[in-house]
Design a protein around this ligand. Sequence first.
Ligand code: DAH
Length: 336
Amino acid sequence: MSLADFEAAIKQLKAEADQAIEAATSDAEWTEVRNALVGRKGGKLSGLMQQLGQMPTEDRRAAGAAINSLKLEVEAALETKGASLKAAASSGPTLDLTMPGRRRWVGAAHPVTRVIDEICEIFRELGFSVALGPEAETEWYNFGALNFPADHPAMDMHDTLYLGSGAVLRTHTSPVQVRTMQRWNPPIRVLAPGNVYRRDFFDATHAPAFAQLEGLAIDEGISFADLKATLTHFAKQFYGQSTRTRFGPSYFPFTEPSAQMDVEIDLGDGKGKRWVEIMGTGLVHPAVIESAGLDSQKYSGWAFGMGPGRIAMSRYGIPDIRLLYDSDVRFLEQFV
Ligand code: DAH
């Protein structure tokens, strides 16, 4: 074979190789093409190389260089094609990496629970722990032990949900005061959050079941000054250091004297700051201390009761109490 024929054969093989490599669409086809071109046995390049021996000695050098460079070119083209076939196989056509991920659903504490937790935290720093009592309570704990006179209007069938045989759904968290004093020796400092029940219609400002938060401090020598100082500290922590507080007279059978605490706050309704009553309070009546089995000559104390639902309404500008109990995700989502 002359050098010119050899070079022509190389040129043709190069064109064939380019076309075959380009046409491969799978790994299997690619392997087939590679074997046909550069396979040791039966590969077209090996076939051409064997021709070298029959060429005139002076042409062999040029022919050898030509076939070697063809081999390098074919191998490079095979490698490029192999890599692009692999890349195409590993990224499937339906995988869209630009699609946004699905957002995870996040739960959160109910606004009333949030207010309770926040208040408990403020009092925890003052040494108060949390006490719980039953929601189905006896008439004695709910009324009798708390110094309610037998004809008190709160005990009317129209106001209280009676369960029969001396049991009621508790109308307030105050019975936890008595249960706590029976169970622990002073000094006592507790908060008692929980649900209470009254025979009320469910309207914008009333719920037949709602949360209350009770506070109780009992020790030797506790006075009204402790009550005012502690509750004023609480109000400033909860509503802001510049918040003003005031105490006015009130009446509860289980406290003497009884008071209400007002705070001067902005309810976020555009009307600015005004005085809002947030709790009932007072010095624990000696009769209550005695009915819990403690010596009222030795021990005195103060207590308060408030509605965290109302606090949540004033804090978050919620106009209707029913929103707090509807469990409507669209409403609750605002507090996440
Ligand atoms: N138990 C009262 C109520 O439900 C609230 C209350 C007032 C609790 C004064 C107290 C207190 O501990 O000292 O309406």
